[in-house]
Ligand binder design. Structure first.
Ligand SMILES: [Zn+2]
Length: 361
């Protein structure tokens, strides 16, 4: 199939401003290792909110496209692509999988160049690198499939690979967004106990309970010291008097990370998922690190897409994990700024999808 001449896409033109949904010119040909995908559903992840806010500092790629989890159909493949073929249903993911890492594409906007990474998903079509797509069975649920791009693989990977949660360990999950809810679900799958979910919104905490949280704590408007007392009370009641085995921070807030570090056992594990803003440093007494306490940051749960996506997909089909329940909101591409605002306001309880549509074209 020929590459469509144009597509609609959400472009970040300036930090801390709404995305602009515009018509972009597509490249005329695919480079080696590139795959043309028609996007069906894209997730919106907290990291895109951070990108829009410039959380990592200056952004030298502006204007550019965004998004890193989606489902789609392969329309065309470039030279050398071996792991997917035309017609395949695929998950688009930001962690590297099998195949070539191609050059990144550029799109045109009234004569200006618009940048894109190896994967972008807030666009009707995407030219992505072969190693950012993984094929799934043709009859897959494409809404759920989008979550395998980040939310599920990251959440499950954090439990399996970063925190290495064992049966009966006590786990605190601070922040219950799309990734946090999957951390809760994975912790419950490996029979952690208790699984304590903390968030600012009751709606998310309700969902956390359905995902397997044994205890939930609403932190809204409360001092961190009080929340710490609440968490410790649950730990005391459930036999973890000397602290939690595992504390997983999804907030990136230094005071929360410091609290988690203080309230884990001497041999406990603190896993950082949320990324602090540049310059927001964490203050820790490092001595416990010499005696068995572990503090480390997760990079997408160290997920291996081509290995992890098929096995999680099998579990979903077998009814062993709940993912439909996590999709609580769905917006059109034209409404993407409303979707982002809803996420910022805590109105999205689970994961928010963006539905791509080429109606009227
Ligand atoms: Zn993500």
């Amino acid at each position: 199939m020929a590459i469509p001449k144009t597509m609609r896409a959400a472009v970040l033109t300036e930090l801390r401003t709404p995305l602009q949904v515009v018509e972009l010119a597509m490249p005329e040909a695919l480079a080696a290792g590139q795959v043309l995908v028609k996007i069906h559903f894209s997730g919106i992840c907290g990291s895109q909110l951070g990108e829009i806010d410039g959380a990592k500092g200056e952004d030298k790629f502006l204007p550019h496209l965004l998004g890193h989890e989606a489902s789609g159909t392969v329309l065309e493949v470039g030279a050398g692509v071996r792991h997917v073929k035309i017609g395949d249903k695929v998950v688009l993911h930001w962690r590297k999988g099998l195949g070539i890492e191609s050059e990144t594409p550029h799109y045109g906007w009234d004569g200006r160049k618009v940048n894109a990474g190896w994967i972008t998903t807030f666009n009707e079509y995407a030219i992505v690198s072969e190693n950012r797509v993984t094929a799934i069975p043709p009859d897959s649920d494409l809404e759920v499939a989008a979550l395998f791009g980040c939310a599920v693989t990251t959440g499950f990977g954090i439990v399996e690979n970063n925190a290495d949660v064992r049966i009966g360990q006590s786990v605190v999950v601070y922040g219950s967004g799309g990734v946090g809810l999957n951390i809760v679900q994975a912790a419950a799958l490996v029979s952690a106990y208790p699984v304590i979910a903390v968030d600012l919104y009751d709606g998310k905490l309700e969902l956390a309970k359905r995902m397997g949280a044994t205890h939930v704590i609403n932190a809204n408007g409360r001092a961190l010291d009080d929340i710490r007392v609440d968490i410790q009370r649950v730990l005391d009641q459930t036999g973890s008097h000397i602290g939690a085995d595992v504390f997983i921070d999804n907030t990136g807030v230094p005071a929360v990370i410091e609290m988690g570090y203080a309230m884990t056992k001497p041999q406990g594990t603190v896993t950082l998922v949320g990324v602090p803003r540049k310059g927001n440093n964490v203050n820790l007494f490092s001595l416990p690190l010499h005696f068995g306490k572990t503090l480390s940051g997760s990079h997408g749960g160290e997920a291996v897409p081509d290995v992890d996506i098929p096995r999680y997909h099998n579990m979903y089909r077998a009814g062993r994990i709940a993912l439909r329940e996590l999709i609580t909101d769905c917006f059109g591409l034209d409404e993407i700024n409303e979707a982002i605002a809803a996420m910022r306001d805590g109105k999205v309880r689970g994961r928010c999808l963006v539905r791509m549509s080429d109606q009227g074209r």
